[in-house]
Design a protein around this ligand. Structure first.
Ligand code: NAP
Length: 319
């Protein structure tokens, strides 16, 4: 399509989401002089901002708090002139006849040639007493992030899927003992992971059981467990509890606009392109295996590159 035929629009790119993927996209887009607006939620916070310590983000050997790291991302994006709006997005639409997307936020409609969805995901919680109270004080949803803090200590893993078993195996590199508590008598995890876990001497299983309470004083000291077959109650001592009972994406606003997997994660190709023209996705909200700050940042950069190629094509500027 030639530039002259383009309908009016306000932005080349609107990025939705203010986490590592969104802000990396913001840095790349603003630095590339693309007219860009980043809309970060008014009522939600990026999962990373509640992460106590990040030790594996390259280039920061001393580690950094999640909130502090996001402040640095934001500072860098502002340096390149990124426009930021801290309001919730309430609607997104596009007619098939036009390349222009309409994004509604704070009662305004913004017109854009492309969107980068970077809305993230949140770990599914157990919803038991003590879980939010001890978050970051022994309750964790990321073994890669927090496992090294549990050297020679006892930890609990809740869940029986691929993530739970993979992370339980990872935790054996640090912990003295890993107790896996699962609500059924067999694992959902892939056979190969199961075989490795059953062969691992540091891992013990507690079957047919759910955690009814996480206990502690300043820090987690253990859990109360209920056997759902017998109704019997017991307590297990531990220094940390890792909860891996699935993850939920924040993709409600994209429902019906783009292909998702059965949990709602947005399906992309390796260049962050979705099946919807002009809509790209980056970070934890997209269907992928490894969700880390560094992988979200990589997605954000890739999404801008793909969006830029797409925008050039829409403007008729490819060469
Ligand atoms: P998942 O497959 O949905 O498994 C969640 C686990 O948590 C299940 O064992 C489930 O029990 C349990 N659970 C759910 N709600 C619970 C509750 N309220 N209380 C106690 N237990 C509860 O999630 P995931 O393990 O995070 O995996 C997500 C996707 O990523 C899957 O498709 C998985 O295959 C994929 N993945 C792949 C790899 C790999 O290939 N290496 C690694 C990680 C993840 P039930 O079994 O009884 O339902």
């Amino acid at each position: 399509m030639k530039q002259g035929t383009l309908p009016e629009y306000d932005y080349d790119i609107i990025i939705i989401g203010g986490g590592p993927a969104g802000y990396t996209a913001g840095i790349y887009a603003a630095r590339a002089a693309l007219k860009t607006l980043l809309i970060e939620g008014e009522s939600s916070v990026s999962q990373i901002t509640i992460t106590d310590m990040i030790e594996n983000y390259p280039g920061i050997p001393e580690g950094i708090g999640g909130f502090e790291l996001m402040q640095l991302f934001k500072k860098q994006a502002l340096k390149f002139g990124l426009e930021i709006l801290s309001k919730d997005v309430t609607g997104i639409k596009k007619s098939s006849a036009s390349p222009v997307w309409e994004v509604t936020s704070s009662d305004k409609v913004f017109k854009t040639l492309s969107i980068i969805a970077a809305t993230g995901a949140m770990w599914r919680s157990l919803g038991v007493s003590g879980e939010s109270e001890f978050a970051g004080k022994g309750v964790s949803y990321c073994a890669t992030c927090d496992g090294p803090f549990y050297r020679n200590r006892d930890v609990i893993v809740v869940g029986g899927g691929d993530t739970a078993i993979q992370e339980a195996l990872f935790l054996t590199h640090f912990a003295k003992k890993v107790v896996v508590i699962h609500r059924r008598d067999r694992l959902r995890a892939a056979g190969m992971l199961q075989s490795r876990a059953f062969a691992e001497k540091k891992i013990e299983f507690v079957w047919n059981s759910t955690v009814s309470e996480i206990t502690g004083t300043d820090f987690v000291t253990g859990v109360k467990v209920k056997n759902i077959q017998t109704g019997g109650l017991s307590e297990i001592s531990a220094d940390g509890i890792f909860i891996f009972v699935g993850r939920l994406p924040y993709t409600e606003i994209f429902k019906g606009l783009v292909e998702t997997d059965k949990t709602g994660f947005i399906v992309t190709d390796e260049n962050m392109r979705t099946n919807a023209q002009g809509l790209f996705a980056a970070g934890d909200c997209r269907a992928k295996l490894f969700r880390q700050v560094v992988t979200a940042a990589g997605d954000g950069a890739n999404a801008v590159n793909s969006a830029e190629l797409y925008i050039d094509e829409v403007k008729g500027q490819t060469y």
